[in-house]
Design a protein around this ligand. Structure first.
Ligand code: AMP
Ligand code: FE
Ligand code: FE
Ligand code: ZN
Length: 285
């Protein structure tokens, strides 16, 4: 069984439509894929429809990646198999999404002050109807020849946390996120908790407190964690009784990682589906 529990579509900052994501996951030989767009379930319906049309079996886990902040540190909470209709969690997703537009516009204004000729029209075209974020602005900077790759835009010079053109957005308290997801019948996994290249990370004590508050697991095998970091996170998880996952965090052509490049143990996946009561994995055939 090959299981990839973290992937983005055009519903947020990936480049595959939700249907393409599902077809590419099947093409990559995956048995299970999770759609985890930032702060939205907007791709769920199209992804589910695409699963039903495949000519090979694939299970779709419907999820989202919730933007959170703890102290001054941005953290991402993966949420799986929650009830997408549950109003309290739906309202929080909407608050974050709504704030993303003026925030992206403010980043465009900062860039223009830095003499970068980016426009909101350009960023809006790139984002389409996806939940707009820094990767869309980064793609605009690549188009303009300001930086060679999307990932080069995430520096202090441009869009990195605290960078010259960085503007914050509304984000959830991760303890609230854990509580809200659980109340909606879902399961939470702390995404790339030690990804130092994305900026500051939280101390292990914060992971322990989140575990005590009901966090289910942490993402360990991820492109942004080196081998010593993974070993440290694995022993922390064992100590705290947390599940550990591995995932690609696929963003289509916006990042170099491939679907299925990192995977999750089938037993962990089964445990996640056992714990969830808000939604069921979707499979056809
Ligand atoms: P936002 O939610 O708009 O603040 O953007 C966060 C997204 O930017 C993350 O989900 C990643 O897709 C991307 N990102 C953050 N840091 C980096 C980085 N260092 N290199 C490439 N992409 C990044
Ligand atoms: Fe992203
Ligand atoms: Fe993330
Ligand atoms: Zn992600």
């Amino acid at each position: 069984m090959r299981i990839d529990l973290h992937a983005h579509s055009t519903a947020s900052d990936g480049t595959d439509s939700p249907a393409e994501l599902v077809r590419n996951a099947a093409g990559a030989g995956l048995d299970v894929v999770a759609i985890t767009d930032h702060d939205t379930v907007g791709g769920h319906e199209q992804a589910a429809a695409a699963v039903r049309e495949l000519d090979r079996p694939l299970t779709l886990v419907r999820g989202a990646e919730l933007s959170c902040r703890l102290g001054g540190t941005g953290v991402h909470m993966l949420a799986y198999l929650f009830d997408p209709e549950e109003p309290d969690l739906a309202r929080e997703r909407e608050l974050v999404r709504d704030d993303r537009v003026p925030r992206a516009q403010a980043m465009v204004a900062r860039l223009r002050d830095l003499d970068v000729p980016v426009t909101w029209q350009q960023v809006a075209r790139i984002a389409g109807d996806g939940s707009v974020g820094r990767p869309h602005i980064a793609s605009a900077l690549v188009e303009l020849g300001v930086v060679p790759t999307v990932s080069d835009a995430f520096s202090d010079l441009w869009l990195g946390d605290g960078g010259r053109a960085y503007v914050g957005k509304h984000e959830l308290d991760p303890f609230d996120a854990v509580r809200l997801v659980k109340a909606a019948g879902g399961v939470t996994v702390f995404a790339h908790p030690a990804a130092v290249k994305r900026g500051r990370t939280v101390p292990e004590s914060a992971i322990a407190e989140l575990a005590a508050a009901g966090l289910d697991g942490i993402e360990v095998d991820h492109m942004d964690h080196d081998e010593p970091t993974r070993a440290r996170l694995r022993s922390l998880a064992a100590e705290l009784g947390l599940l550990t996952t591995g995932s690609s965090d696929y963003h289509g052509s916006r990042k170099t990682v491939r679907l299925g490049e990192y995977t999750t143990d089938p037993e962990v996946y089964r445990e996640i589906s056992r714990r969830a009561t808000g939604a069921v994995p979707i499979s056809a055939i």
